[in-house]
Design a protein around this ligand. Structure first.
Ligand code: C5P
Length: 317
């Protein structure tokens, strides 16, 4: 069978609130996820024996710890098959950057093998495997705007229309998630302020379009202060991003996940281009992209080979 290729999209956290601590030591989150058009490519070939993962990026493990490889092994046991698999990942999403790249790759393998092997499991049937792989993996079974609760792994898809243009400033990683949460605790832990995400959701339920830009602006990432304290490089990037955001009328500029990437939102293309130019002028790479609705997240999953053109009768053999 020919190898098949899939898009593995990145996520951003439009807002992230730490609301408490769970008995298992994890933190309880309330987060607003969104999918963006930036994606890795994941090719799956049925060949050989066992599961192998290839990726040219030095930060992606090729051994048994690779999340995509672990996802493939879980699917082999769910499908009760020993089919050999070679998974090749083309990385575009920053590794360890708070954009969910590794988790997205794992969810892509779950969804792709469900499709390729005709298992019909869908998000519900894949959920347990996704949760066992990591807190961010379940979100990628759904994509699009969604609320994440619990460890961020209880997903409630939302009907929100996000039209803003996104400029991603991909971090170079190096900020460990566990260290950011530890620092967050040392700084006093969860606060008591009313949830801005709840207020946003109430407002968008009343008027999904009219209120959206106004309310998105109010969202925050509770982990940003801890991440800035943890990493002087990230703190410097936060200052730079905020300065460019102010100068170019970005509607929002926030860190994603536990860092180290940031994103800016714009309601017009010219302002985004100005911000992109300003950052590039300072030697900071950034990627313009768009939000994906759940529908386009699902529809754009597989990279289809272009349809073969039929030979016109006048064309010779
Ligand atoms: O999900 P991931 O394995 O990347 O998380 C790394 C660490 O971050 C966890 O072991 C935990 O210490 C911390 N964490 C947390 N609460 C979460 C997610 C992560 O405390 N919701």
């Amino acid at each position: 069978m020919k190898p098949r290729k899939f898009r593995s999209f990145a996520k951003i956290n439009l807002g992230l609130e730490v609301v408490g601590k769970l008995p298992n030591g994890y933190h309880e989150l309330k987060t607003l996820f969104a999918s963006v058009s930036l994606h890795d490519l994941v090719e799956i070939a049925e060949t050989g024996r066992g599961v192998r993962v290839h990726c040219a990026h030095p930060g992606v493990p090729g051994d048994l710890t690779n999340l995509a490889g672990r996802a493939a092994r879980l699917m082999r046991s769910l499908a009760k098959t020993r089919t050999g698999l070679v998974i090749t990942i083309e990385k575009r999403i920053a590794v360890g950057g708070g954009l969910g790249g590794g988790s997205s790759n794992a969810a892509t393998v779950l969804r792709a093998l469900d499709l390729m092997w005709g298992l019909g499991l869908g998000p519900e049937g894949l959920m347990e495997a996704a949760k066992s792989l990591g807190a961010d993996v379940p979100y990628f079974l759904f994509g699009g705007p969604a609320l994440g609760r619990g460890r961020g792994d209880e997903i409630h898809p939302l009907e929100l229309e996000l039209r803003d243009r996104v400029l991603l400033v991909q971090g170079a990683g190096g900020v460990e998630t566990a260290a950011v949460f530890r620092r967050f605790e040392a700084m006093g832990g969860p606060g008591r302020a009313a949830s801005r995400i709840d207020a946003f959701l109430r407002a968008s339920a009343v008027d999904p379009k009219g209120q959206k830009t106004l309310e998105l602006k109010s969202l925050r990432n509770d982990l940003e202060r801890a991440a800035r304290d943890e990493s002087p490089g990230l703190a410097a990037m936060a200052r730079r991003v905020r300065r460019v955001a102010r100068a170019t009328s970005a509607t929002h500029a926030v860190m994603s996940g536990s860092g180290s990437s940031f994103f800016m939102l714009f309601d017009d293309a010219a302002a985004l281009r100005r911000a992109q130019g300003a950052l590039l002028g300072e030697g900071v790479g950034c990627v313009p992209c768009g939000f994906l609705s759940r529908r386009s997240y699902l529809r754009r999953f597989e990279v289809k080979a272009p349809a073969r053109r039929r030979r016109a009768p006048s064309e010779g053999r």
